[in-house]
Design a protein around this ligand. Structure first.
Ligand code: IVH
Length: 676
């Protein structure tokens, strides 16, 4: 009798824990604290210690096996585990649909389901009488490997179905197909922990998920943050839904994690629209997708359409351009930046990534090379995604042949041969020679750029040429260039020389904030330069500013304040400023100008801009807001007054909504401006 009560409590506990597992791992919505959850587990374990005969395979304590296996057994799949034909663009998708219509005219009115193609590994999960029995890899599609004990460790996979579900009848044998993967945030955390423990970081989520699933010791798999998205019923001996959309709902209903990004499309137009929007949507997800899968919703029609080889006709994968490729790193080059900072980059055997040939990739900094143990001659994984500059993720160790060379930070600047030094508290190494030609070129390039003095026609090639010809030794020399200097240089005809000299002359009229930006003081970007210009109104005043005076200004902390003061203290910089003044480059802000718009709704207000604007480029809108007395900030906070939102805004507009900051669309902003 007592035992009966205890058994009931034990069964209830099991159910309760499985429910909380589901809330936490599938819904991402825990309803009890971690410590409460742990207490329930401790209680469950106590029962199982005294009554081991009660333990069944769906007990939450049975997720991690104790005995490692020596090899994976083979498993015959109940039916072939098919793959998908690929499309690479909308044209291919349109052609696919046309082929289907020729086979069966009803496809013309068919509904489709568009799902993310998760970049993970297919698994087949066998449930018998609602209990998880076996898990297998895809293998060759007919025979896979038995990875049951590893699959059991994945908390989002139900050990028992349905969870709290009385409505649905579950077939006796149910084979669910899904994709195992590691989310991007979990991957980042995992790698951070690896580095903290002095271990090597993993290369990418997919390889890590694959390696984790193939561990013979499931206690290792249990430590990896594997997840699952289920998307198909591979086979069953009971009734199952008649459409793909209902299959997804069914799987969700019985406790499987299903991606919320899947969509049912009434018509093909919508499919094409989605295939377009997914190109950017993929960057907003917390898991990697390598494409989308487009499926005929009606499973009867899908079956009727049949197969080509191993690919069902009724579904197609539209692949996104690849973002990662492996290539050989033949050398490590070093760039010397404007402030003397040395930045390593990889010189690669050219490789095509997503339609672009990549020959170089950044290595971030020297520490990165050592942390990742990247060696010269290594085969490396290179990533090129969106706007991000291609970078080396890390070496692919399987390719090592022992001839790779460990990289050493050079003692000398690769350009001028001067001493290099690591600044205390910084990762970066610096060339300490302020007259280093590489630094000079970068300084000049920055000075003449659009963000600075905007000298049209003075690109990097001309800057390099003029430095090489010893016509430029600092930025002030630009204003001493004459027709005689230029004419006769390679590539300079009279017209080109005249245009350049005219552009140089015009740049003398640039406003003070541009001039301050152009000087390239470390830590002083465009926003801060505007702030400094407004506060000090000319360089004579700014050059005498003390750290205390600078610290009052919004956005300036002790480090930048020190850097500004030190920049003006340097004899070489003072000399350059004297020269600039002599040649008439000395912009001032008329005090009248500063107060011009004091009463406008924009004066003194902090703006954040997100998304693409129809009327203005990023630089133009910045200039306009600043001209009207407003300030631009890059992130939304309580200090933000307005967020100006364009097309395809980023998370900043969500944050603005969250914080209750005023949101303006471009039209409203225009009206505000016109009223001034
Ligand atoms: S459907 C016959 N749906 O992509 C059904 N596959 O290239 C075939 N994949 O082997 C699979 N996400 O590993 C399907 N939502 C999804 C998927 C998906 C990822 C993988 C799967 C498959 C490969 C096909």
């Amino acid at each position: 009798m007592i035992n009966n009560n205890l058994f009931e409590r034990y069964e209830k506990l099991k159910e309760e824990i499985n429910f909380h597992n589901y809330q936490y791992h599938v819904l991402d919505h825990p309803v009890i604290s971690d410590s409460h959850f742990d207490k329930l587990l401790v209680e469950l374990r106590k029962y199982e210690e005294t009554h081991p005969e009660w333990i069944t395979s769906d007990s939450p304590t049975q997720r991690v096996g104790i005995v490692p296996t020596s090899k994976f057994e083979k498993i015959n799949h109940p039916v072939s585990v098919l793959s998908l034909a690929n499309a690479f663009d909308q044209k291919d998708v349109i052609a696919w649909r046309e082929r289907l219509i020729r086979l069966d005219s009803s496809v013309a009115d068919a509904q489709f389901v568009v799902e993310p193609k998760i970049d993970g590994l297919t698994v087949v999960l066998h449930y018998k009488n609602g209990l998880f029995l076996q898990g297998a890899t895809r293998g060759n599609g007919e025979v896979g490997e038995d990875i049951t004990s590893n699959i059991r460790t994945i908390r989002s996979i139900p050990l028992k179905i349905p969870i709290n579900n009385k409505k649905i009848k579950i077939p006796v044998n149910l084979f669910v197909r899904g994709e195992v993967f590691i989310s991007l945030s979990d991957f980042e955390n995992l790698n951070r922990k690896m580095l903290e423990n002095g271990e090597k970081a993993y290369l990418n989520p997919r390889n890590t998920a694959a390696g984790s699933l193939r561990q013979l010791d499931s206690s290792i798999t249990a430590q990896r943050p594997l997840r699952l998205f289920a998307y198909t019923i591979l086979a069953s001996d009971g009734e199952i839904p008649e459409s793909q959309w209902e299959v997804l709902e069914f799987l969700k209903e019985i406790g499987f994690p299903v991606s919320e990004t899947s969509e049912l499309c009434d018509g093909f137009e919508q499919v094409l629209e989605l295939s377009e929007s997914w190109q950017s949507r993929r960057d907003q997800l917390n898991f990697e997708v390598d494409g989308i899968v487009i499926k005929i919703n009606d499973l009867y029609l899908d079956k009727k359409l049949g197969f080509v080889g191993k690919d069902p006709r009724g579904s197609i994968a539209m692949k996104f351009p690849a973002r990662e490729e492996i290539t050989r790193l033949s050398e490590i080059g070093i760039n010397v930046g404007r402030t003397g900072v040395l930045t390593p980059y990889a010189i690669l055997e050219p490789v095509e990534i997503g339609g672009v040939v990549v020959k170089q990739a950044t290595l971030h900094n020297f520490d990165y090379i050592f942390e990742k143990d990247i060696r010269v001659g290594d085969h490396v994984l290179v990533k090129r995604a969106g706007d991000v500059i291609p970078y080396v993720i890390g070496p692919v160790l399987d390719f090592r042949n022992g001839r790779e060379r460990v990289f050493k930070v050079p003692d000398q600047c690769p350009t001028c041969g001067s001493h290099v030094q690591q600044v205390i508290g910084e990762v970066a190494w610096y060339c300490m020679n302020t007259a280093c030609p590489a630094q000079l070129v970068r300084n000049l390039e920055y000075f003449v750029a659009r963000t600075g003095m905007d000298i049209v026609g003075m690109g990097i090639k001309i800057v390099e040429q003029l430095v090489e010809e010893k016509l430029l030794g600092d930025v002030a020399d630009i204003y001493r260039l004459s027709m005689d200097d230029l004419i006769g240089l390679e590539g300079f005809a009279t017209k080109k020389a005249e245009n350049l000299l005219e552009a140089i002359e015009n740049s003398k009229q640039k406003p003070l904030n541009k001039f301050i930006t152009a000087l390239g003081i470390k830590g002083v970007g465009e926003v801060m330069a505007s702030e400094l210009a407004r506060t000090f109104s000319n360089l004579d005043k700014l050059s005498k500013a003390t750290e205390e005076q600078l610290l009052i200004i919004e956005g300036i902390g002790p480090n930048i304040a020190t850097q500004i003061v030190e920049w003006f203290e340097q004899e070489r910089n003072q000399q350059i400023l004297r020269k600039l003044k002599e040649v008439g480059v000395w912009p001032q802000i008329e005090t009248d100008n500063i107060t011009r718009n004091d009463n406008s709704p924009i004066t003194g207000k902090v703006f954040v801009v997100t998304g693409t604007l129809a009327q203005y480029s990023r630089n133009e809108i910045k200039e306009l807001i600043e001209k009207l007395g407003g300030k631009i900030s890059s992130s939304v906070s309580n200090k933000t007054d307005f967020v100006l939102v364009g097309e395809n805004p980023g998370s900043k507009s969500d944050k603005a909504r969250e914080l209750g900051v005023n949101i303006l669309d471009e039209e409203t902003f225009e009206k505000m401006v016109k009223e001034l």
